[in-house]
Design a binder for this molecule. Structure first.
Ligand code: MRU
Length: 318
C-alpha cells in the first residue's frame, strides 16, 4: 500500500494523525487541503513530503492553470508548507518547472518523483543492510528514532527499510523504536509498521536511548534525515542528536539512511537550516514551551550516510 499517490484526479494519503487507531485514507482535491495535511502531519517524512510537494503543484496546475498569479501563489504555499525537509520545496520546484508544458506534464513529473522514491527505498534497503552487516559483526540489535518507514516515503522507507531488509535476511537480533516526543512518530507509526511487517520490537522513551547504548543493548543506531548539508551535518527529528552523542560515547556506529533527494549541497551547514518550531501546544498545556521539531547532528558524529546511490563514510558529501 502506498502512503501517498495520485488516484482518479486527487492526491490520496494515509492519514497519519489517525494511526495506529484507524487506517484512514484522505482524498485531497485542492492545494489548501494538501497544505493542511502537510502542516497537521497527516502526511509527513522527508521523501513523502517531496512527493506531496510535486503532487501539490499538479493540483495547483489543474485548478489555477489559467490564472498565473493564483498559480504562483499556490505553488509557493506548497513549497513553504513546512521549512526543514528539503524534499518538500525540491519536489514542488521540480514539478513547477513543467508548468509551461501544461497540467498533464506536471502530473507526469510528479509521478516520476513518486516512482523515484519507491526505487530509492529499495536501493537504500539493500545497501544499508550490507553496510550494517559489515559494521556490526553478526546480527545487530538496532535503535531507531522517529518514523522512517513506508509512511515517511511511499513504500518501505529509509532507515526502517534497512531494518525490514535485515529482518528479511534473518539478520536482525532486536530493535528499539524511540517513542519520539511530542507527536510519537516512533511509538505510534514505527511500531504500527513493524507490527504490520511482523518484526518484533520494543518502544523506549527518547531519553532512555543513550543509557540503553551505555548498557550494551544496542549495536548500532540507524535513523533517517530531513536534510543533509554540504558538510555532512544531518538534520533529523529532534532527539536524533542525543542518540548520536550516546552512540559516540558507547562506541557504536551511528548510520543515517536517506535518498539523494534529501542531500542538499546548497545548504552549507546545519546552522543554515530553518528548524521548524511547532509551538507550545504539542508539548504541554501547563507552561510556556519551546518545540523545535528537528535538531542538527554534526557530521563528525555520523559513521556513515547511506543513500540510494552511495555510502558516504565520515560524512563528507562534497
Ligand atoms: O516531523 P516529521 O514527522 O515529518 O519528521 C520526520 C523525520 O524527522 C524523519 O526522520 C525524516 O523525515 C526521515 S523519513 C524517511
Amino acid at each position: 500500500m502506498r502512503t501517498i499517490d495520485w488516484v482518479d484526479g486527487a492526491v490520496e494519503i494515509i492519514d497519519q494523525t489517525a494511526l495506529p487507531g484507524e487506517l484512514r485514507i484522505l482524498r485531497l482535491h485542492t492545494v489548501g487541503e494538501l497544505v493542511a495535511a502537510i502542516q497537521s502531519l497527516a502526511v509527513r517524512g522527508a521523501p513523502a513530503l517531496g512527493v506531496a510537494g510535486a503532487f501539490g503543484v499538479a493540483l495547483a496546475a489543474r485548478v489555477h492553470g489559467d490564472d498565473p498569479a493564483a498559480l504562483a501563489l499556490a505553488v509557493e504555499r506548497v513549497e513553504t508548507a513546512r521549512p526543514t525537509a528539503v524534499n518538500l520545496a525540491r519536489g514542488a520546484r521540480r514539478a513547477a518547472r513543467l508548468l509551461p508544458a501544461g497540467p498533464e506534464a506536471v502530473l507526469a513529473e510528479a509521478c516520476a518523483v513518486r516512482d523515484e522514491e519507491i526505487a530509492a527505498s529499495a536501493a537504500m534497503a539493500a545497501r544499508g543492510a550490507d553496510l550494517l552487516a559489515e559494521l556490526c559483526a553478526g546480527r545487530p540489535r538496532l535503535l531507531t528514532h522517529c518514523n522512517t518507514g513506508g509512511l515517511a516515503a511511499v513504500t518501505l522507507g529509509t532507515a526502517l527499510g534497512v531494518v525490514h531488509e535485515l529482518h528479511r535476511r534473518g539478520n536482525l537480533a532486536g530493535l528499539i523504536a524511540s517513542e519520539t516526543r511530542p507527536l510519537l512518530q516512533g511509538a505510534r507509526l514505527t511500531s504500527w509498521e513493524l507490527t504490520q511487517w511482523g518484526i518484533e520490537h520494543r518502544v523506549a522513551v527518547d531519553s532512555a536511548g543513550p543509557y540503553l547504548m551505555a548498557r550494551g543493548e544496542v549495536d548500532a543506531v540507524i535513523v533517517g534525515a530531513d536534510r543533509i548539508c554540504a558538510n555532512g551535518d544531518v538534520i533529523n527529528k529532534v532527539g536524533t542528536y542525543a542518540h548520536a552523542l550516546g552512540a559516540r560515547r558507547a562506541g557504536v556506529p551511528f548510520v543515517v539512511v536517506a535518498p539523494e533527494s534529501t542531500v542538499d549541497p546548497d545548504t552549507p551547514t546545519g546552522a543554515d537550516v530553518p528548524i521548524e518550531d511547532r509551538g507550545p501546544a504539542e508539548v504541554t498545556p501547563w507552561a510556556e514551551a519551546v518545540n523545535p521539531a528537528f535538531d542538527v547532528t554534526p557530521y563528525d558524529l555520523v559513521t556513515a550516510i547511506v543513500t540510494d546511490r552511495r555510502v558516504i563514510r565520515q560524512a563528507s558529501t562534497a
